[in-house]
Design a protein around this ligand. Structure first.
Ligand SMILES: [Fe+2]
Ligand SMILES: [Fe+2]
Length: 254
């Protein structure tokens, strides 16, 4: 990495760190009873992928430990968008078709989505998941079209999948205030994130990035989530694969 790239990467990490240290954001997160736990299955999959010779069989075995995860994986691989000529019913074949990158993203998102109550007044979790999946696919396709490597494309997929996770946290933990923000957005014709700032003092983008930062997810993912409504606040000025930056973010907040 040359000096200019290193300087850019450090500047971006500093501005992300500064964003996540915002007092109003930290106060808001402090109002949640408990934050979703980090998915242990994700760590196991990542450890296997980092092994000298990662094994697809082993990854399938790890995923198969979790029935909800296995069901979701089979549902996706058998969906029309995959266009497979026959039904897949075992985890190993599903992992082979999906690829390890997609399995990694799924392990993370299934855990995150299943951590929340599925019945929230005025909030459809099914629509939320559909939106997340569409954004994930689009983000990965955009990154691939810009020449990103596999890691960059999968980071974009995860960022797309989890970009609105803060919304889910706000809607489930502080439902009355969330309804108030949604009504305020409609009444004043504001984007939801602007109404959230009025009501909560911070936005779902900040809340989501805070959680993912706390989990130690790669910095480009946390950055994408943090600035998905305000990209001009990011110090990245080009469109395309992110400038290499330290993939692990150490948050001072915990
Ligand atoms: Fe959003
Ligand atoms: Fe969104």
């Amino acid at each position: 990495m040359d000096l200019k790239t290193l300087r850019e990467a450090l500047t971006r990490i500093c501005s992300l760190d500064h964003f996540l240290m915002d007092e109003k954001l930290r106060t808001l997160v402090g109002r949640f009873g408990a934050l979703p736990s980090f998915p242990a299955l994700y760590v196991e999959v990542m450890n296997e992928l980092a092994a000298a010779e990662p094994s697809i069989v082993r990854i399938a075995e790890i995923v198969a430990q979790d029935p909800a995860m296995t069901a979701k994986m089979l549902h996706i691989v058998n969906s029309a968008s995959f266009g497979l000529p026959r039904r897949i019913s075992n985890p190993l074949e599903a992992v082979q078709y999906l690829g390890t990158g997609l399995v990694r993203s799924l392990v993370l998102s299934v855990h995150v989505f299943s951590s929340f109550d599925r019945k929230v007044e005025g909030f459809s979790i099914d629509e939320f998941e559909e939106h997340a999946l569409r954004c994930a696919r689009l983000a990965r396709a955009l990154m691939e079209s810009q020449g990103a490597d596999t890691v960059g494309a999968e980071d974009a997929y995860i960022a797309g999948m989890l970009h609105d996770i803060g919304k889910l946290m706000l809607a489930t933990s502080l439902p009355d205030h969330y309804q108030e923000a949604a009504a305020c957005a409609v009444a004043h014709q504001l984007p939801l994130y602007a109404a959230e700032t009025e009501v909560f003092g911070a936005t779902h983008a900040g809340v989501g990035a805070y959680l993912l930062g706390l989990w130690g997810l790669p910095a480009p993912i946390v950055e994408a989530v943090a600035f998905h409504h305000t990209p001009s606040r990011s110090d990245m000025r080009s469109f395309g694969p992110p400038v290499p930056m330290q993939r692990s973010l150490t948050m001072r907040a915990n």
